[in-house]
Ligand binder design. Sequence first.
Ligand SMILES: Nc1ncnc2c1ncn2[C@@H]1O[C@H](COP(=O)(O)OP(=O)(O)O)[C@@H](O)[C@H]1O
Ligand SMILES: O=P(O)(O)OC[C@H](O)CO
Length: 505
Amino acid sequence: MAEFVGAIDQGTTSTRFMIFDHGGAVVATHQLEHEQILPRAGWIEHDPLEIWRRTENVIEVALDKARLTADDLVAVGITNQRETTVVWDPVTGRPFHNAIVWQDTRTDRIAAALERDGRGDVIRERAGLPPAAYFSGGKLQWLLEHVDGLREAAEAGRALFGTTDTWLLWNLTGGRSGGVHVTDPTNASRTMLMDLRTLDWDDELLGFFGVPRRMLPRIRPSSDPEHYGATLAAGPFRGAVPLAGDLGDQQAASVGQLCFEAGQAKNTYGTGNFLLLNTGHEIVHSTRGLITTVAYQFGGSAPTYALEGSIAVTGSAIQWLRDQLGIIGDAAESEALARSVPDTGGMYFVPAFSGLFAPHWRQDARGAIVGLSRFHTRAHLARAALESICYQSKDVVAAMQQDSGVSLQVLRVDGGVTANDFAMQVQADILGIPVSRPVVSETTALGAAYAAGLATGFWSGVDELSSNWAESKQWTPSWTADQRADGHRQWLKAVERTLDWVEIS
Ligand SMILES: Nc1ncnc2c1ncn2[C@@H]1O[C@H](COP(=O)(O)OP(=O)(O)O)[C@@H](O)[C@H]1O
Ligand SMILES: O=P(O)(O)OC[C@H](O)CO
């Protein structure tokens, strides 16, 4: 009898396959990074075929490690970096272009034009998003305008759009020989093309970006008892497993953290940081720079919504120290380096590499290191980079509390950066509330597994999942109120210095 659930987590830096048991414990995992293609300043691409090959590989290796086969899996869920835009030919199975990644800023002019002529307010009201290069709609418009023959192909039904969930589901279910073309409302809510109320593509929004409806996937529930399809004997599972859960990775982490009640929140620290607050069945529009998004839609039930504080660059600032500056050999080294100095010596680093997302939404910002003097070393920079992750989170927590009236007593955290003890202590110090990490810190994959397992009856309902959450570690604040206020005041000054840098006409 099948006793496990699988989850594919297709993230910005890597792809994982994880296998969970009924208690939500990890049975096996395998993970592979893929290349970050940086053709020009501000452009970030991924090769969709490389992502598919990595996905096949991590599935095969994790199953082998656990000595399991397709027959041992009740279902598989998928979760993914959101917004990253893939367009491919359903006949050849080949992408028309590299995927344009969510952090890519090439479409900031498209977003600025929407804002100038008033269409931005329609997008805010209907899709819950401010016009920004971050979301898929502008990326898709750019591809339609810049890739030879793509518009004609799209209008003739010979080009498909998808985020990476859609791309992988299509490949897993047969690709050119009948792959399904589907997504879920959490992913669709990141495109600027979906109406939050109807959970359907909206013709007026499609018109803003010149997107033909026929290239868009069907929007199916995030946890789907009817299943999107099944894996194939010829594919990496070497057998048929129902594909029954699909959630954008930040929404998946929220499900993995069991944020099922209005007022519950989590903060995920990966390539970027994403704080999500469950607002129940209510669509709440922010007045302080948060976005409105679908948290999940299980089966045919009414969708649950969330307010989100999205930060573009957090863990990727640590990758930048590693890959571009070469001052650390791996991300974990940032901790010892930061601890080797007592403070940053007044240095602040604002990693506004893709402009600033929440709560500022300033596409004209670019990164800055301020307060530099001859005294400063790479250790100060590592410390300032880790602090920047925490200060950026402080700003979205503050906006969230003011917008929602919810006063967080503790911040539930997960994601790669939470392995850094120093950073999590600084986070508690800067926020002035405890920070708590669960035993299974891979909440993103766990959330996708929950979505798939709930759809197939492996778990009877969300109540059954509550016993699966346990805390592994809590950090409590140690700074005085004055320390907190002084540090934050300087941080806000540093943020000011990054603004109005790039001219977007
Ligand atoms: N010990 C650490 N200290 C600081 N940052 C870390 C540490 N370990 C991983 N990271 C950062 O976490 C990110 C990866 O986290 P992950 O949750 O896997 O992200 P994603 O899902 O976005 O690929 C990378 O950007 C990496 O730099
Ligand atoms: O892949 P991650 O974890 O960096 O998450 C990326 C987000 O989904 C972007 O919106």
